[in-house]
Design a protein around this ligand. Sequence first.
Ligand SMILES: C[S@@+](CC[C@H](N)C(=O)[O-])C[C@H]1O[C@@H](n2cnc3c(N)ncnc32)[C@H](O)[C@@H]1O
Length: 253
Amino acid sequence: VRDGPLIPRFGRARRDPTLAVLEGFHAVKHALRFGAEVELLATPDKGALLALAGRLAPDLGPRLEAEAQEVDAELFAQLVPLPPKTGVVAIARRPAIEVSGLLAGPAGPLVLLEDPRDLGNMGACVRVAAAADAGGVLSTGSHDPWHADALRGAAGLHFALPVARLDDLAALAGSERPLVGLDPDGEELDAAALDPRAILAFGTEREGLSPELVARADALLRIPMREGVSSLNLATAVAAVLFAWRLTAAGRG
Ligand SMILES: C[S@@+](CC[C@H](N)C(=O)[O-])C[C@H]1O[C@@H](n2cnc3c(N)ncnc32)[C@H](O)[C@@H]1O
């Protein structure tokens, strides 16, 4: 075992804002594929891990062969709160993200999650944003978007696009990107007319968009729904908007 006992090392990594704890094969797979710097990769059965990689991600076989450390099964079961059935966990370095550069940058729509409460939902938003090739995901509120549970929900796709916390909505003031709030009471969304540089803001699961965000927004748009349905789940709403945009000529680039 390298660099000290593994159980406290994983415990410290969960609280370290420079590190990311990856739980399970899909999270590790995407992290490696999108360039994560992995510090430690542990498995209770290296042969089984390599066989799984052979089936699901042959491109990663050589890296897993070189980097995976086999540890005792009892020790593995104590490294993270819910040991993944796919038998692999890792610690990686988080990439440094400059939020001001992201707000100024030219690439793709940004997703802004206002105070999301459910870490799995946050992860699902990151996952769909990566799949739709969005420019990045920002979140406000107390939850760390890089929390291990969010990484698990995102299948490690935090490494595929910039994901960062936005401390304050005031930081949006200098951005030339239009701020578009998604709200079930807004005007009907026309995806073809969406500015590809838009910041697409989604509200918290229970209360929706904050009054401050609504006051700052250049537009409020709704995804049309069947009468009687009050709203979509947060990650479902993010998916609907991003893929409605992605399926337009502008979204396909
Ligand atoms: C679970 S919903 C919040 C529901 C909240 N009671 C409300 O009325 O906004 C979480 C977020 O998903 C987005 N959302 C859900 N359904 C939507 C729809 N039909 N049109 C636009 N945005 C929607 C909004 O950004 C909303 O704040």
